[in-house]
Design a binder for this molecule. Structure first.
Ligand SMILES: [Zn+2]
Length: 192
């Protein structure tokens, strides 16, 4: 069963109640951006108090400062005026549960969904898979706080990021809903 009918029904209700939001400006009104994980338990609009039109939210697996995430952040300030950025990773992130070589091995075996067992992910699908996963940097996370520090530092030190933009580092706790600062990351990301 596809979720398609449910999504379209929800959208019809959303559009029926759209009101003044149709006249929102393109640049984010509160002039900030959040880079965070795609994890389904994280809702940046709720954990950071966003309404439509307030802020940019850039999401990927892990909330990592990949080349593409930085592409979005550069557009965010250069063309759309954001002035402060957050990097928000979280507890129990799936990116902590595998390494890049494991992922490539699972994809070598098959393109079916793997299963998470007591010793990590195992492939249960029928082949063939593909070796192309060996060419991807999966940006897995070995140390949660250090990953936030690393991502903030990568953004801070990027040639296209101005020193005036502060970059704050946080971990969202999926058991409490709280954002906990990674002080070392925020220090690395301080504006100058
Ligand atoms: Zn995650």
């Amino acid at each position: 069963m596809s979720v398609l009918p449910e999504v379209l029904a929800a959208n019809a209700a959303h559009a029926a109640d759209f009101g003044e939001r149709g006249s929102l400006a393109l640049p984010p009104a509160r002039r900030f951006a959040i880079l965070t994980c795609m994890d389904a338990r994280l809702d940046p609009a709720r954990y950071a108090g966003l309404a439509e039109g307030d802020a940019h939210v850039i999401r990927n697996a892990g909330g990592r400062a990949s080349d593409d995430a930085i592409r979005s952040l550069v557009i965010s300030y250069k063309l759309l005026g954001t002035q402060e950025w957050f990097v928000v990773h979280h507890t129990d992130c799936g990116m902590e549960y595998f390494r890049g070589d494991v992922m490539a091995g699972l994809l070598d075996a098959s393109l079916e969904t793997a299963e998470l067992g007591p010793n990590g992910f195992v492939d249960v699908g029928e082949g063939p898979g593909s070796p192309a996963g060996h060419d991807v940097d999966w940006l897995t996370i070995a140390d949660r706080e250090q990953a936030v520090v690393d991502d903030v530092a990568r953004i801070r030190n990027h040639d296209l990021v101005p020193a005036r933009i502060p970059v704050y580092g946080y971990v969202y706790h999926v058991t409490t809903g709280r954002l906990i600062e990674v002080a070392e990351a925020t220090a690395v990301g301080a504006a100058s």
